[in-house]
Design a protein. Structure first.
Length: 106
């Protein structure tokens, strides 16, 4: 989420990948797959200059992978002020199923 171009998202996010944050994300990031994840990443990068994506646990079953992760940020700009009045926003949950055998490098 914090780094990587569009092609990097193709490597790690499967077509059915989705995030629980899609309810609050912009419409272009509410779908599934690498396109939606990349749009979500661009939106978050624009709002939070110090975006950090931490993976705590990953569970794999056949070709499905889900992760327990945290995005840590410091809010900047109008988008951030609408989402949080705190100085830090922690605990955004993302569950990106990825293709089996691909490195998880976000």
């Amino acid at each position: 989420m914090a780094r990587g171009n569009r092609a990097a998202f193709d490597e790690v996010i499967g077509v059915g990948g989705f995030t629980r944050e899609r309810k609050t994300a912009p419409p272009s990031a509410r779908g599934t797959g690498p396109d939606a994840f990349y749009e979500l990443a661009l939106w978050l990068r624009a709002a939070f200059e110090d975006l950090r994506y931490e993976i705590h646990h990953a569970v794999t079953e056949r070709n499905l992978v889900t992760v327990n992760s945290t995005i840590r940020v410091t809010p900047l700009g109008a988008t951030a002020r609408l989402r949080s009045r705190r100085s830090h926003l922690d605990g955004v949950s993302v569950d990106p199923p990825r293709r089996q055998g691909s490195p998880l490098q976000m």
